[in-house]
Design a protein. Structure first.
Length: 72
């Protein structure tokens, strides 16, 4: 099996373009990690907001039902 690079140092150097290649990989990796972490935190926040909303809605519905029962 023949490899394009003779050793690991040549692989890292990428024929003199290693800095740009690895920088591009690092930027993409950073962006992906940031995206997943940020999305996860926003998802958690939205879930908490929905839980609060449905609790308030449930308390309003139950209080309206109690008022209607007293009027009868």
């Amino acid at each position: 099996m023949n490899f394009y690079f003779n050793n690991f140092d040549d692989f890292v150097a990428m024929g003199g373009h290693g800095f740009y290649v690895w920088l591009a990989y690092a930027i993409v990796l950073f962006g992906l990690v940031f995206y997943f972490v940020y999305s996860g935190s926003q998802n958690k926040k939205k879930q908490q907001e929905l839980i609060k909303f449905y609790r308030r809605l449930e308390s309003r519905v139950s209080s309206n039902n109690n008022v209607n029962k007293r009027d009868e």
